[in-house]
Design a protein around this ligand. Structure first.
Ligand code: KG4
Ligand code: ZN
Length: 348
């Protein structure tokens, strides 16, 4: 495999149109064009609006990624594209563009699992080669906790490309719960960043049920917590719902989600005895959740690794490029690009 393998990566799995250029595991550029303001008034992502926005944005976003990296497309060695999991209508946009570019420029294609990319975001390095794993080598098995708007998963990484899904949510994802509770509080979309900001000025005064606290397996559930929040909020008179209340409730909710995640993280560490921990996904932007994960890991003498910048927690194409580079090293290229298709429910 040639050194400095340059990849143009694309992700259109949800509501961010993103393109990145990577050189091996170095991120040269990472353009993320968020559609949040278009979906805000609906309180969530509307797949067909997202599809239309991706169609408009994809070309300028790719061009911006190439320009920022100082590359022209003839310097690209391969294309990487997220094929799933994600929204079918939006995944299709990125896949169609990739096929077009692959044919035009005769480029090989790497099909990427969006959740594997979130997992490998911790292994990305910046353009100078600095990242979480610059001074420390990966020591397997590594336990990954992935927390996003669509997924909450515990994954055992035995090596790059060798994964075992140990647990996942049986209903809503943690990020989805953040978004829904924010909606109940009329805070806007996406709820995670808003709730975590408000929580900084609040105290976790309100008792909420910790989901799946007594379950023996390694799965999560957040739909009961969401309902408990709804009932609690319905019981509280409107005039009491002032700013301090919202901050306190946000803090209580955030703490409960963190506890739910940490209880299962601890249980998984006890059973599988990993050598390192990595965290990924949009909800990992939450400082309380990262701090609690570090606290529990340190009790086992384990280090926690995350991406070198918070910009790689939420959806982005840089993580897709880094993941694709690891795939390219094991020869994992798409054999026939005409049959390349979206896999909305792709899993580990
Ligand atoms: O990974 P991501 O960008 O997209 C998916 O693949 O789903 O995650 C988006 C999710 C949203 O639900 C958003 O509310 C949540 O990540 N999120 C946060 C924070 N920042 C983003 N949740 C909690 N605290 C945050 N600071
Ligand atoms: Zn994601």
């Amino acid at each position: 495999m040639k050194k400095n393998f340059t990849i143009l990566a694309i992700d259109t799995s949800c509501d961010e149109t993103s393109a990145a250029v990577t050189d091996d595991d170095h991120v040269l550029s990472n353009i993320v064009s968020s559609q949040v303001e278009f979906h805000q008034k609906y309180g969530g992502v509307v797949p067909n609006i997202a599809r239309r926005m991706h169609q408009e944005l994809i070309k300028p976003v790719i061009n911006a990624a190439l320009k920022k990296a100082g590359k022209t497309i003839d310097k690209i060695d391969a294309l990487a594209i997220t094929v799933g999991p994600g929204l079918a209508p939006t995944l299709e946009v990125g896949i169609a563009k990739t096929k077009e570019l692959a044919k035009q420029w005769r480029l090989p294609v790497i099909a990427v699992n969006h959740m594997e990319a979130h997992l490998l975001s911790a292994f990305a390095k910046n353009s100078k080669g600095n990242g979480s794993f610059t001074k420390t080598k990966p020591k397997f098995p590594i336990l990954g906790l992935l927390v996003s708007g669509g997924h909450t998963q515990l994954v055992l990484m035995k090596n790059f490309g060798k994964y075992q899904l140990l647990g996942e949510t049986v209903d809503d994802a943690a990020g989805e719960a953040f978004d829904k509770v924010a909606k109940m509080l009329n805070l806007g979309y996406p709820g995670g960043p808003i709730i975590s900001e408000l929580a900084k000025n609040g105290k976790p005064k309100y008792e909420l049920p910790i989901p799946m606290v007594d379950s023996k397996d390694l799965n999560f559930s957040f739909s009961g917590l969401k309902t408990a929040c709804l009932y609690k909020l319905q019981k509280i008179p409107q005039k009491q719902k002032n700013r301090q209340f919202i901050c306190d409730f946000s803090s209580s909710f955030e703490k409960t989600v963190a506890q739910a995640l940490i209880i299962k993280l601890k249980k998984t560490i006890e059973i599988y005895q990993p050598k390192q921990i990595v965290l990924g996904g949009g909800v990992i932007s939450n400082i309380t959740i990262r701090r609690e994960a570090r606290k529990v890991a340190s009790k086992f003498g384990l280090r926690v690794f995350v991406s070198y910048t918070p910009r790689l927690f939420t959806d982005n194409a840089a993580m897709v490029g880094v993941c694709a580079w690891y795939q390219a090293q094991r020869g994992d290229f798409v054999k026939n690009i005409t049959t390349l298709d979206r896999q909305p429910n792709l899993n580990f």
